[in-house]
Design a protein around this ligand. Structure first.
Ligand SMILES: [Ca+2]
Length: 453
């Protein structure tokens, strides 16, 4: 389980501080380091691009789901989210408030609880989206401290969710602050690093989850406070937004990440801190998922393939690119392992550790990845270069090495392979609880609001 970088010559184990940064609905090609185009104001993501240049970029990394809360269940539990009733909501919405089934059960071991038990200080700054108190909440699932939002999305200025209720909390107490949410989260993260740096240097590492809501709707930049009151009735913001606004929202997050990295350097702990950056699902309406097709809610590649950047000077060589196939729960499993956490046998991870890949990006291994969605009856399996996909009852077979845009359907060319992969998917699905009839699918808009492709 451990390798050279975890042990000093004297045998003492050195464990990294860990900062896990999640963007919300950020697409595969929204960042410069993933081929994104510069905006009119300049590069969109210079600080994240610098993290990639100084660390390791994954080109074949995925989210556990193409929508928010299911991916977060997997992130927290190190397991396929389909095992939990709350994760079968696509996604959890404000109507689930008070429902004792629809959240992350506090008795389960989690990424933060396993790290806390291993001696880490654990904190969540940002979005939770795994059910509401009194039944659920970050402080009940392993975080020592919490500052952020409980819902799937809030207005960046009023900090109210779709049902109009205030949704910014310190622990479980409402917190009222003036400011643009992305900046408030960045400031908190920087303060957190400053507050815990001395402990970290003295041997008590920290685990900080920094879950931005950017660049999720509503389409507000730091300069758009004036439009916030007009959005309260519908945060989906179907009458607004554009690519330039969207890119500025990413840029504001990127600036915060730049401040965070500067704080790590100022405190002298950047070398021994693992920073991971990703998105919880594929991009939404203004996102760039090129060359992938589809987006949020889809099991085509644009809905699930997301950026994965890892930066850890003590261990990861700069400038690396990895083709390792992986998904969210693999990263959770990796972080628990690097932190010396011990998953419980009764809740054995479905995730697989990527620690060896961080040390040697050329050392890839076979990693079949499975998905399913209630929405449109979608199924997907990635196995090597091949992908089995079902949408609306239609089956497809793609060779992603030749066609990652999933336009060249090989189902009739390779019927035997299609059959094998379908059988593999069905065998996996049989190990997961079925989708109950009352599981909800929530779409914010339809073709009557904007044309589909
Ligand atoms: Ca999301």
């Amino acid at each position: 389980m451990s390798g050279p970088p975890l042990f000093e010559e004297n045998g003492a184990m050195t464990r990294p501080n860990i900062i896990f940064i999640v963007a919300d609905d950020l697409g595969f090609a929204d960042l410069g380091c993933y081929g994104g185009r510069p905006a009119a104001f300049g590069p969109v993501s210079p600080h994240i691009d610098a993290l990639a240049a100084g660390g390791l970029c994954f080109t074949q990394g995925y989210a556990n789901a193409p929508v928010c809360s299911p991916t977060r269940f997997a992130l927290m539990t190190l397991r396929y989210q389909y095992r939990l009733r709350g994760a079968l909501e696509e996604p959890i919405n404000s109507r689930s408030k008070g429902d004792p089934r629809l959240g992350l059960p506090p008795e389960l071991p989690t990424l933060p609880s396993l790290l806390r038990d291993a001696g880490y200080h654990t904190a969540l700054v940002g979005k939770w989206h795994l059910g509401y108190p009194p039944h659920f909440g970050p402080l009940r699932s392993g975080y020592d401290s919490y500052y952020g939002i409980m819902a799937g999305g809030v207005d960046y200025f009023t900090h109210c969710s779709s049902n109009g209720q205030h949704d910014l909390f310190e622990g479980e107490e409402p917190r009222h602050e003036v400011g643009y949410l992305t900046d408030l989260l960045s400031t908190r993260a920087v303060q957190h690093v400053q507050r815990h740096a001395a402990d970290a240097r003295a041997g008590k590492p920290f685990f900080l989850s920094l879950h931005y809501t950017a660049p999720h709707w509503p389409w507000e930049t730091r300069d758009d406070a004036a439009i916030a009151p007009s959005l309260a009735a519908n945060l989906f913001h179907l009458q607004g937004g554009n690519v330039e606004t969207y890119r500025r929202m990413i840029h504001h997050m990127d600036e915060g990440i730049g401040q965070l990295m500067q704080a790590l350097r100022d405190e002298g702990i950047a070398h021994d801190t693992l920073v991971v950056f990703t998105s919880d699902n594929g991009g939404e309406r203004f996102s760039d998922n090129w060359p992938l097709v589809g987006g949020k809610m889809d099991l085509t590649e644009g809905g699930t393939r997301v950026p994965w950047v890892a930066h850890w000077p003590a261990v990861i060589a700069p400038g690396g690119v990895s083709t390792q196939h992986c998904m969210t729960m693999d990263w959770s499993t990796t972080m628990v392992e690097l932190g010396g956490g011990q998953p419980l046998a009764a809740h054995a991870p479905d995730g697989v550790s990527l620690a060896a890949v961080l040390r040697n990006p050329a050392a890839t291994f076979e990693r079949p990845l499975f998905w399913r969605m209630n929405h449109r009856g979608q199924r997907a399996l990635r196995q090597g270069d091949w992908k089995y996909l079902q949408v609306d009852g239609h089956e497809y077979l793609f060779n992603l090495a030749q066609d990652e845009r999933e336009r060249a359907n090989l189902a009739r060319v390779h019927p035997q392979r299609l059959e094998e992969l379908r059988a593999q998917w069905l065998a996996w699905d049989a190990t997961m609880p079925a989708i109950p009839p009352d599981a909800s699918v929530s779409l914010g808009y339809s073709a009557k609001d904007m044309p589909q492709r």
